[in-house]
Design a protein around this ligand. Sequence first.
Ligand code: IMP
Length: 426
Amino acid sequence: MPTTIVLGAQWGDEGKAKVVDYLTERADVVVRYQGGANAGHTVKVGSDQFVFHLVPSGIMHPDKVCMVGNGVVLDPEAVLAEIDALAARGISCAGRLFISESAHVVMPYHQALDRAGEESVGATRIGTTGRGIGPCYRDKVERTHGIRVMDLLDAEELRQRLPVVVAAKNEILTKIYGQPGLDPQPIIDAYVGYGQRLAQYVADTSVLLSQAIEAGREVLFEGAQGTLLDVDHGTYPFVTSSNTTAGGACTGSGIGPTRIDAVVGVTKAYTTRVGNGPFPTELLGPEGDRLRELGHEYGATTGRPRRCGWFDALPVRRSARINGLTSLAITRLDVLDSLPRLQVCVGYRFGQQTLEEFPANPRVLAACTPVLEELPGWQQPTTGARRLSDLPAAARRYVERLSSLSRTPVSLVSVGPERAATIDVE
Ligand code: IMP
């Protein structure tokens, strides 16, 4: 498919980077279009493991072009650290990493405000990654204080604007949150320096991307977080601040929806979530702990233990609808290998009703209980499988059930972290 969006169909951490890495073999260009350094995309190649926060994971393939679109909020310190870490492993970004001049920049006051805001609300906090994502998007939408990558390249502009912006943020930090204010001068010096180092990567990525598509290049859009964390379609307010859904690929990269050929929704064979918010199939107690240990379910960005539960068809069904999914990539099937029996959620009980669609209203969702269907486990290793027919019959049936419940055909099944541990169904 010439242009394909790969996005999370659940609450993030679905294994998108593994799927993107696998599909990148066929692609020429890989694009990040939303989110920021809150994402943690882990790619394992041989014994080497790399966690990407901002640079598209396609950079591991030496001949690919990678873009960071206008919809991303860019932490320049984090992206430069990633570029340096890649260079230390012999992977150069020069001439093949392009960062949108229109992307907004995450500043130290965004991080300070993110953390102070979370601390101030106590138990009702969202459980953000603390990377300044919400406050940066807030400035983007609010318009007065937003700093874009193009501003980083203009030292004079930064010197004029930052003292005013920092003073305004200090008012909030000190007077509302009782936190120390920030000194603008070290911020100006650091960010002018970041601008100088980043200049070689900055471009109008919308133009470059359109040219690549016109020239028939294969483009992969790498989503961050997941559909249920989308600011419009997720479990608001326990969401991130960007559009993680397929529409976000267009607004976040500057190409039209008619240019998109396929949308792959990545879903784990079970469900996880980090941070607060509703999670109807969450397993509290030993079953959840077991799933967490089997899947090593700890956040790639924050190290936080992920909440774990059975596969829930309703969020994935919602995801299929909102994103117009053309296929599903099911990941981490192998994590379930040792379990004697599995459950999947096929609906929610809400009073006397059974719901088939994920409710948008959090108060309705809070009153729902999952309707679970039991399926037999296979209790055999699946990591060596390369075709669906290599899977034990019960594992095949499980995959088929997830597909029919999600009303979406399956294009890939991942049975291990390695690039090779992938079943290509098409
Ligand atoms: P923020 O994006 O840091 O503002 O966090 C908002 C919510 O999104 C929190 O529940 C985070 O745990 C969640 N979140 C943000 N990034 C990721 C991710 O990459 N994977 C999973 N959850 C995420």
